[in-house]
Every structure is written in structure tokens, then in C-alpha cells.
Design a protein around this ligand. Structure first.
Ligand code: FE2
Length: 215
């Protein structure tokens, strides 16, 4: 028997695929693969937090699936999170899932930073645990164009990238953001996560083949 939660998850995958197909069919496979990995990594990470953290798994899953739903509808890359939020909201998904979409860019965009970027004058900074988990997982996932595949990297790589692209201050902010999560899951959780990342990278080619075959 399917319940309302499963229905919502199914509807989210459908919305992601339909939106990409309608606006950027050539990006569809990449967007779907990226979302599948961010979803899996987010749910694995959620289990590493202490019970008292109370991660809302349904919201987390919906946000992870749909965080880039606006990617194919955004005229500029920098506004795709805002677009994702709009679409998630308009489709009647929980506000908390819409916020995951809105706040996942980099390690967040403050209200002050929105003016220079031409975004709505609001805060787009991940605050809730669910927002922070999706943002963290999304940052770790890199696409290697030459090899046509995704790979999970580490915090140093993320910080190096943001420092290069957005400057020293943003680099420091990203280190703080990434390391906060790692502190919260603790050394044992972090070791489990690293093991998961290594296995994931090893298994990735098979996994992606399998997903393609299931279509
Ligand atoms: Fe994104």
C-alpha cells in the first residue's frame, strides 16, 4: 500500500524529470543522476546525527530530490536555487522542502549579497539541519566532464573551489560550514561517512549503469 509520503516522493521524481525534459532535455540524465546521488548521500548522512537532532527524513528526501528542479528554468545559474524554491512551493510540497531548494547554493547567500547578484532581497542561507545536510552533500559532489561521471570529494576540495571562485572570505565560510556538520556527526560518524564515500565512488559506474538500465 502506498502512503502519502511515498506518493510525494514519487511525485517529486516525476516533477524533476518532467521539468528537465520540458526545458533542457539534454541535461535531463545529468540532473537526475545528480539528484539521485545527493538524495542517497543526504539520507546516509542523516543517520549519522545523534537521535536528538531529529532530522525530518521526508522533508530531507523531498528537498534533496528537488533542490535543482529550477536548474533547467533559470536564466542565470546563480538564480537556480530561487527558481527551485518557487517550483517546489507552487507544486504544493512542504515549505521546508522549498527552503532546501532556495538555500543550497554554495554555502548560502546572505541578504546583503543578494543585491550584487540580482536576487530577491531575502536570506538564502541554510539554517535547518535538513537544509544544511542537502547543501553539504551537494557541495561534495563534483562532475568530471572529461570522464562523464560524478564523484564525491571532500571538504578541502570544496573549500579550494569556493576560494578560487568566490574569494578567501567565502572559502573560510565554506570551511566553517562543512566542518560544523563533520563536528556534529562526530569522529566515528565521520569515519563511517568517509567509508561510504569511498565505496560510493568505487560503485558509481555500476550504479549509474543500473539506473540507466531501469528506465
Ligand atoms: Fe544546485
Amino acid at each position: 500500500m502506498t502512503n502519502i509520503k511515498d506518493e510525494n516522493i514519487k511525485r517529486a521524481w516525476g516533477l524533476l524529470e518532467k521539468t528537465a525534459q520540458a526545458y533542457k532535455p539534454e541535461w535531463k540524465d545529468g540532473i537526475m543522476e545528480h539528484a539521485r546521488i545527493v538524495h542517497d548521500v543526504s539520507l546516509f548522512l542523516a543517520r549519522l546525527f545523534p537521535k536528538e537532532a531529529h532530522v525530518e527524513l521526508d522533508v530531507l528526501a523531498l528537498g534533496a530530490i528537488l533542490h535543482d528542479v529550477g536548474r533547467s528554468r533559470a536564466e542565470r545559474v546563480v538564480e537556480h536555487g530561487v527558481k527551485s524554491g518557487e517550483i517546489i512551493r507552487k507544486q504544493g510540497f512542504p515549505e521546508a522542502a522549498a527552503r532546501i531548494g532556495e538555500t543550497h547554493m554554495g554555502v548560502g547567500i546572505t541578504k546583503e549579497e543578494t543585491t550584487a547578484l540580482g536576487l530577491p532581497y531575502r536570506d538564502f542561507v541554510p539554517e535547518t539541519l535538513e537544509e544544511r545536510i542537502v547543501c553539504y552533500a551537494d557541495n561534495l559532489l563534483f562532475y568530471i566532464p572529461g570522464e562523464g561521471r560524478h564523484e564525491l570529494r571532500d571538504t578541502d576540495t570544496v573549500v579550494e573551489r569556493f576560494t578560487r571562485e568566490l574569494g578567501e572570505a567565502y572559502g573560510r565560510r565554506s570551511r566553517e560550514f562543512m566542518e560544523k556538520i563533520e563536528h556534529e556527526i562526530g569522529p566515528q560518524g565521520f569515519r563511517q561517512f568517509q567509508k561510504y564515500i569511498n565505496e560510493f565512488n568505487r560503485e558509481l559506474p555500476n550504479r549509474l549503469e543500473k539506473n540507466r538500465g531501469e528506465k
